[in-house]
Design a protein around this ligand. Structure first.
Ligand code: PYC
Length: 413
């Protein structure tokens, strides 16, 4: 047994430093209230404090910090999107992720692996080429590669032509990475708290106070809180919370399931995605295979796991990696994803003055954590929406100016 463990075990008090200060009493007034203590809400709180000196901020979460979709995603980071808006946005996120452990003084286990989107049809090869061209044009490293190059990157992949969906090529994106998702939330939370932000767990928002089209505060399970500005960052319940604020979002919410295997010796460096087989896989630092597939085909607010999903996923996974047949699945879970009609998020102002929104992340919210936090903080602090996120405004749905990102989705919807 390690000596330190024995020493701590026998002490009356736990001597290690706490990451977060004890939760204070909820005040009746703040400058900014953030609804949602997931990665996005915590990142916005951190950048409000760090970049703008706004520290009279309360982050409210109905559960625990980082316990919603932040804890339920599969931690993939990439910028190989299809639209210029998506590519630029995620390129900034990657730049922030690379420095995040230093920035927060907290190891988020950022690990650059490369990302492969397999193309099994001529149409998928065309889309890969298109994405590669858009990416390169905007300075993001992506290229179309063919089976000989794929074999070098993933020797264990079944590249046989004698299968249901032979692999014709792939979009290769060297900056693709993974990070430890809960460390990202904890790192932002701890760094925000060090700057004076208050973190309130188990405080549920039950209503939004409004008058003359302005947000004035929130009703919570711990009482009424007045504030100057509100940010809603509640992935999985976005439509429900927006309804409390009095406006509708073009979002439907569906479960997205995933699972991990028992740990294996490292054999898979890149992240591998197959659109035709509706599956993706990466190997974590612990050796577990992190695997997922398409969203469930019905709208339901239930983060349960199903056998049907596991059976379908594993059948597809074995077409790519037949030697995994004897491997055991250790854990399975689901998150709730808020899908917009164009597969792009909604960020910025809302019809309610002083009420800001960060929603509609579908299946790619984790990888946006630093950039959405930074740019939403800028929007709230200055009252101006930065150019990088302006096109993601809610109003695009009324103006018929959608940002179609379906072609860059890793999983089927
Ligand atoms: O965007 O890479 C992604 C992804 C994989 C699974 C869900 N989203």
């Amino acid at each position: 047994m390690p000596f330190a463990l024995l020493k701590y075990g026998l002490k009356r008090e736990y001597p290690a430093e706490r990451h977060f200060p004890p939760q204070p009493e909820l005040k009746s007034t703040y400058d900014v209230v953030i609804i949602g203590g997931g990665g996005h809400g915590l990142a916005a709180a951190y950048y409000l404090a760090k970049d703008y000196g706004i520290t009279d901020v309360a982050v409210l979460d109905k559960g625990y910090l980082g316990g919603g979709n932040t804890a339920r995603n599969t931690a993939i980071i990439r910028a190989n999107y299809l639209t210029p808006e998506g590519v630029r946005f995620y390129a900034e996120s990657i730049a922030l992720f690379k420095e995040l452990s230093q920035e927060l003084d907290f190891n988020v286990l950022y690990s650059e692996r490369g990302h492969l989107t397999l193309a099994h049809t001529d149409a998928a090869v065309r889309t890969s080429r298109w994405r590669a061209e858009v990416n390169k044009h905007l300075g993001v490293d992506s290229e179309l590669i063919f089976p000989d190059q794929i074999r070098k990157l993933v020797p264990s992949l079944n590249l046989s032509e004698d299968v249901r969906y032979p692999i014709l090529g792939a979009l290769y994106h060297p900056p693709g990475a993974i990070a430890r998702h809960d460390a990202v939330a904890w790192g932002y939370a701890a760094a925000a708290a060090r700057r004076g932000v208050e973190l309130h767990q188990k405080v549920e928002v039950t209503g939004v106070l409004r008058a003359n089209g302005r947000a004035l505060g929130v009703e919570t399970t711990r009482g009424t809180v007045h504030c100057g500005r509100i940010l809603q960052a509640v992935s999985g319940s976005s439509s429900l919370v927006a309804a409390m604020a009095g406006f509708r979002l073009p979002i439907h919410t569906v479960p997205l399931q995933a699972c991990v295997s028992q740990p294996l010796k490292p054999f898979l460096d890149p992240i591998v995605v197959s659109g035709s087989l509706h599956t993706y896989i990466s190997q974590s630092a612990r050796g577990e295979l992190v695997m997922g597939g398409e969203t469930d085909p019905y709208g339901v607010y239930a983060d349960r796991s199903t056998l049907e999903f596991k059976e379908g996923l594993i059948a597809h996974m074995l077409e790519l990696f037949p030697f995994l047949a004897e491997i055991k699945v250790l854990r399975q879970w689901a998150g709730m994803v808020d899908m917009t009609p164009d597969f792009s998020p909604v960020m910025g102002k809302t019809p309610v003055e002083n009420y800001y929104i960060d929603a509609g992340w579908g299946t790619w919210g984790f990888k946006a954590t630093p950039v959405s936090g930074k740019r939403m903080a800028e929007t709230i602090a200055t009252g101006r929406v930065p150019e990088l996120i302006e096109r993601f405004r809610l109003g695009r749905f009324y103006e018929f100016k959608q940002i179609g990102e379906r072609g860059a989705a890793s999983v089927g919807h």
